[in-house]
Design a protein around this ligand. Sequence first.
Ligand SMILES: NC(=O)C1=CN([C@@H]2O[C@H](COP(=O)(O)OP(=O)(O)OC[C@H]3O[C@@H](n4cnc5c(N)ncnc54)[C@H](OP(=O)(O)O)[C@@H]3O)[C@@H](O)[C@H]2O)[C@@H](O)CC1
Ligand SMILES: Nc1ncnc2c1ncn2[C@@H]1O[C@H](COP(=O)(O)OP(=O)(O)O)[C@@H](O)[C@H]1O
Ligand SMILES: [K+]
Length: 464
Amino acid sequence: MRGLWTTARVRAAEERVMAAVPPGALMRRAAFGVAVVAAELLAGRRRVGLLVGAGNNGGDALWAGYHLRKRGVTVTAVLLEPSRAHAEGLAAFRRAGGRVVDRLGPVDLVVDGIVGLSARGPLRPDAAAHVAGLDAPVLAVDLPSGVDPDTGHVAGPAVRAHTTVTFGCLKPVHALADCGDVRLVDIGLADALPGPDLLELDPADVGAAWPVPGPDSDKYTQGVTGVAAGSSTYPGAAVLATGASLLSTSGLVRYAGPAAEAVRAHWPEAICTGSITDAGRVQAWVVGPGLGTGLGSEQVLRTVLEAGVPVCADADAITMLANNPDLWDARDPDTPLVLTPHDREYERLAGPVGEDRVAAARRAADKFGAVVLLKGHATVIASPDGRTLVNRAGNSWAATAGSGDVLSGVLGSLLAAGLDPALAAACATRVHTLAAALAADGAPIPASALLHALPDAIRTTRTP
Ligand SMILES: NC(=O)C1=CN([C@@H]2O[C@H](COP(=O)(O)OP(=O)(O)OC[C@H]3O[C@@H](n4cnc5c(N)ncnc54)[C@H](OP(=O)(O)O)[C@@H]3O)[C@@H](O)[C@H]2O)[C@@H](O)CC1
Ligand SMILES: Nc1ncnc2c1ncn2[C@@H]1O[C@H](COP(=O)(O)OP(=O)(O)O)[C@@H](O)[C@H]1O
Ligand SMILES: [K+]
């Protein structure tokens, strides 16, 4: 499990540590770390260009330039605001033989020291002009300039980093935006940091949490998943969600709804019935994918919410809850509910997502007293108890019709197994992401291919 800390808390920790170490010590450690990674990326090549902004991020770049000069690398620097460039860093850089230039010529690596934790908004025009002309890989100092450190939002021109070297701890940007390969350099902040603001699961965390049958298990003890999804118009959603539940658990999966024939044809092991009223007992429900939003579907949703077991409400279930707030009354507030909206569904439910997806997920989790899984390339999972988990897909192969149905099926089986709902949501998201990468392997895939990669994805998390 990796923690991520917002800039306000990083700054507070830095201040505490800075008071206890010699002046400039933190920057020296940070810059040395940048130089080590730069040397590794250079792999024997010898030309580095620095883009240097007005603050300490530029200072890091200049000191890294100093260390690279000491290793015999040719280093040139563009100072975006010469009068505000970090004075000691610039003096050291020049002393070591670094040259200040107006524009970077041909180089093998660019070090982005334009802006770091104080970044606000996209790159300003002069910085953007220097970045636009780059054709060498970029090593970003702390974060790619132009990307918001706390939200990962990119509102205009920004650096695209091959690698990012960050210091002391990870920040939200590193899980929410594309920072390339992220390297963490220890500058001695750990003891000064409070608990993290965000968490990101490692595959091993997922493997450790995944329910597996033991000697005393049978099909009932592992939790029975109920799937209330699909319609005569959209039977595929039911097939995908039920299949995903079946492939995520060794326990039993029941399907209830008008797509029973289609589900049975694809998944003979599912127990299928045409109506929610004779579905039998389950330990969690998945409701919504392809269900429709008519009166009959509202009744299905009401029945599920009244069942007193954890519920994953997806797709049409979310739309119904948004259109008809009376449906909330059917819910037992003490029973876990996980809402899995994409941005448009979120908007129906709780207004525009806005630039800060973490804040949006937390708002809705508070408002509804539910775990909210806000889907996207970076998925944010907020629990009403304040925990927030993030998962960055790293590839976009899952952006295909029906892949959300697969996610809700996986999540339902983890809820039925009794996992904490926020952990269940984060594990399901992570495995979904891994399955997409494994299935795609560089080429587009339909959601059914993602579905069939679930066992391999789960296996990956369980392999030490
Ligand atoms: N504190 C520590 O102990 C350590 C800190 N360390 C390092 O310090 C970094 C933080 O440094 P920092 O706070 O000096 O500011 P920084 O991010 O360099 O910004 C400078 C100025 O840029 C400007 N600017 C803003 N937005 C912009 C944009 N979009 N496009 C262009 N320019 C923009 C804005 O100037 P303005 O013109 O608005 O006054 C802002 O004030 C941190 O990320 C890490 O690298 C490490 O050495 C480890 C120890
Ligand atoms: N650009 C993207 N990169 C990675 N994953 C994505 C991207 N866009 C969507 N996804 C993932 O794909 C799934 C899509 O779900 P959803 O929008 O509900 O699709 P559908 O309703 O067609 O099943 C979600 O798990 C989401 O996180
Ligand atoms: K930077």
